[in-house]
Design a binder for this molecule. Structure first.
Ligand SMILES: Cc1cc2nc3c(=O)[nH]c(=O)nc-3n(C[C@H](O)[C@H](O)[C@H](O)COP(=O)(O)OP(=O)(O)OC[C@H]3O[C@@H](n4cnc5c(N)ncnc54)[C@H](O)[C@@H]3O)c2cc1C
Length: 339
């Protein structure tokens, strides 16, 4: 949606094809339907925040040009210019003022309608193939010839929103490497009786620390902690879980890490914690390998004319509006290269 909006603004002709019957199914779910679409911080702070204790440095380097060219302030002004009133939380997280993610999706929908961008909904792309100097984009009912293709099909979590991994399959068939998927920003399981007893309670004073088996604290985050029937969730736990997944990727899965979570005057320790399943994750870690994509243009290094944006790539950020910002910024970088 963001890519099509930028294309319309720049006079780049495009067709938006969406698997679901409506646009933005996942965006509608974000932040419990409120859509924390960015964070009001500088691009440099944004990039520092996504490195995940130094474990995700490559993703931050990869996204740097795109985020600098499309920083949070630019995204905020973009929505304001579409008539969306904004609400800023004390920590900089930005929401539509009416607390409705639908306002963001409607803003895109209205812009695309006004600009006359063709949108084909309820239509899954089934294949993207090189054809002559361009591409053949196939669906179950028709095929389109395209000079360039931007794959922005998302990760693989919450598949009911339409993100089922098609874009990664198309990329793989076109010669790209797919970094294995792992769940990011998701709860951790524990059978600790005090947590299970408090299932459904939310604590704003939470703190989560990740410790090595030698007791060294390697990550800490202060924020919300929620008790669930399966264990713990909430921003502090999600960010600790994301750190653990990146740590295991970089250091191998042999070292046993622990998470020490405190909230509401209680303290719970989970040794070698299990993440909830990928299909429930806020973000998919892994995806199209960014080493095979030009960081300035989001163009494939393997297939000229093929572009990527958003979660389909192996990029991710913490909670707080970082993942939508990454999707917007990379979409803009791709379209800027086409205009
Ligand atoms: C519960 C939840 C809460 C979240 N909250 C936040 C938040 O508050 N802030 C934040 O920054 N991030 C949040 N995220 C993460 C954020 O929503 C995603 O990172 C972001 O939506 C990724 O954008 P995307 O455009 O790459 O993919 P998506 O938003 O997943 O969009 C991909 C689109 O491609 C379509 N598609 C897929 N395959 C095909 C195909 N073959 N043919 C045609 N169309 C196809 C899908 O139907 C989908 O509409 C949340 C995620 C979840 C699950």
């Amino acid at each position: 949606m963001f890519a099509a909006a930028v294309a319309a603004e720049r006079g780049v002709p495009c067709v938006l094809i969406e698997r679901k019957a409506r646009l933005g199914s996942k965006v509608l779910m974000t932040a419990n339907g409120r859509c924390n679409f960015t964070k009001d911080i500088t691009p440099e702070q944004f990039l520092r925040d996504i490195v995940c204790g130094g474990l995700n440095t490559y993703a931050a380097d990869f996204a740097a040009d795109a985020v600098r060219a499309c920083p949070p302030r630019r995204i905020m002004h973009g929505f304001q210019s579409l008539g969306v009133r904004l609400k800023r939380m004390p920590d900089g997280r930005m929401f539509p003022a009416d607390g409705k993610a639908a306002t963001i999706v409607h803003a895109f929908g209205d812009l695309l309608r006004d600009e006359g961008v063709p949108i084909i909904t309820n239509c899954a792309v089934t294949g993207v193939h090189c054809a002559g100097r361009g591409f053949r984009v196939e669906t179950a009912n028709f095929a389109l010839a395209a000079e360039c293709v931007l794959i922005a099909t998302g990760g693989v979590s919450y598949p009911k929103t339409g993100s089922v991994g098609d874009g990664q399959s198309f990329a793989k068939r076109l010669g790209h490497t797919i970094v294995p998927y792992r769940p990011g920003l998701i709860g951790i399981e524990t059978t600790e009786p005090s947590v299970v007893r408090l299932a459904g309670r939310r604590f704003d004073d939470g703190h989560a620390r990740v410790l090595t088996e030698h007791g060294e604290t390697v990550f800490a985050h202060t924020g919300e902690v929620d008790c669930e029937k399966f264990g713990l969730s909430g921003a502090a736990v999600y960010n600790a879980q994301r750190f653990i997944e990146h740590y295991r990727r970089v250091n191998g899965g042999n070292e046993r890490l622990s998470v020490d979570v405190s909230f509401g005057g209680m303290r719970v320790r989970c040794d070698n914690p299990m993440s909830r399943p990928l299909k429930e994750a806020i973000v998919t870690l892994g995806g199209v390998d960014t080493h095979e994509i030009d960081a300035h243009t989001m163009q494939s290094r393997r297939v000229p004319g093929l572009y990527f944006a958003g979660e389909v790539m192996d990029i991710d950020g913490p909670t707080g509006g970082y993942n939508l910002t990454l999707a917007f910024a990379t979409a803009r970088a791709a379209v800027a290269d086409l205009s």
